[in-house]
Design a binder for this molecule. Structure first.
Ligand code: SF4
Length: 334
């Protein structure tokens, strides 16, 4: 079982010895869906019959290395996995379109599905909305595997990924008489990539509503940002209120870790995205009493612990109670 950093109480977990302290974010590290996916894939791992995940199962090089030694590798496509001799492939927690199953069948490979159920919910929702006649907008990154999977499951071409209104094929509100105006259809629905920022999505929704609502336009909003994501966003806001500097721990390719550091900086606290303790520049700690620690959804506990150990070596007292063991029975709201 995986132990995960997490909740330590409403004020975070801090120990004061002098003024120096380490503050742990109330929620950080592996999210529920990543932990679940890792358990499934680790159980399936077999060095004599390795399984290839299509895309990185997790954006953390240390974990990828560990999985490799347990018979879990990575391929970029089902075809590549088949050509390299794998007999089993896996869908990652981000999910994939229905074509992935068909490809596995075509090449005679067993398919292991670790799609997070909270992502499956969005895929089904997009499909249902499309069947109900809505043109669907997916608030998210067009290149992200989760967004690609949602679009594929929707079963319609009337679906658009967008991060801003300019990404959509419409440039004027419904009812616009402007020559050449591209206006939205009457029924538009929106779902979100599960890891997006709630405040930013609400701003986007407000702009989209202004575009769609005139002249009897109907907009249907389904907030599909997952509970672990918004819990982390809230924990970061709390951390930024208390810390003098923030270390956001996660693989260099982890966009949610980069985002944690970005939000910390936007909130006025110098925040650094680090992959491991060795990345810390001690100059960042000069004159900083309260060091806040957060971690992306794919960062394992031992990496977080190594950063804490480094700070303890720099004279910061260890946080009381250390990293909390996660409640493995807890299931986020669907
Ligand atoms: Fe599931 Fe949310 Fe984690 Fe994505 S971020 S894997 S939807 S729990």
């Amino acid at each position: 079982m995986l132990a995960v950093a997490g909740k330590t109480g409403p004020e975070g977990d801090a120990t004061a010895m002098g003024d120096r302290r380490i503050i742990l974010a109330n929620e950080m590290g592996y999210c529920w869906g990543v932990r679940r996916a890792l358990e499934i894939i680790q159980d399936a791992g077999d060095v004599n019959n390795p399984v290839a995940t299509i895309g990185d199962v997790i954006h953390n090089p240390q974990v990828v290395e560990r999985l490799h030694s347990k018979g879990v590798d990575t391929a970029t496509s089902v075809e590549e996995a088949a050509n390299r001799g794998y007999k089993r492939v896996a869908i990652t927690a981000h999910g994939a379109g229905p074509e992935r199953k068909a490809e596995a069948e075509k090449f005679g490979l067993e398919l292991i599905d670790t799609t997070c159920p909270l992502v499956t919910k969005v895929q089904r929702m997009a499909n249902k909305l499309a069947k109900q006649g809505y043109t669907v907008v997916v608030y998210g990154d067009y290149y992200h595997p989760e967004v690609k999977g949602i679009m594929a499951w929707s079963g319609t071409s009337r679906i658009y990924p967008a991060k801003k209104i300019a990404d959509l094929p419409w440039d004027a509100p419904r009812g616009s008489r402007k020559e050449g105006a591209k206006t939205p259809p009457r029924k538009v629905a929106i779902v979100s990539q599960t890891t997006k920022n709630t405040d930013e999505m609400l701003r986007f929704v407000a702009e989209l509503t202004a575009l769609v609502s005139p002249e009897g336009g109907e907009i249907r909003i389904t907030n599909t940002i997952c509970e672990p994501t918004f819990e982390r966003q809230n924990a970061l806001k709390q951390l930024a209120r208390e810390a003098d500097v923030i270390l956001a721990i996660g693989g260099k390719k982890s966009s949610n870790t980069a985002r944690l550091a970005e939000v910390g900086n936007l909130m006025g606290v110098p925040s650094y995205h680090i992959e491991r303790a060795e990345d810390i520049d001690v100059a960042w700690l000069e004159g900083k009493d309260a060091v806040g620690i957060t971690a992306g959804a794919s960062t394992p506990d031992d990496v977080i612990q190594s950063v804490i150990d480094f700070l303890v070596g720099c004279g910061y007292p260890a946080p009381i109670g250390g990293l909390r063991q996660v409640d493995l029975e807890a299931t986020p709201a669907y």
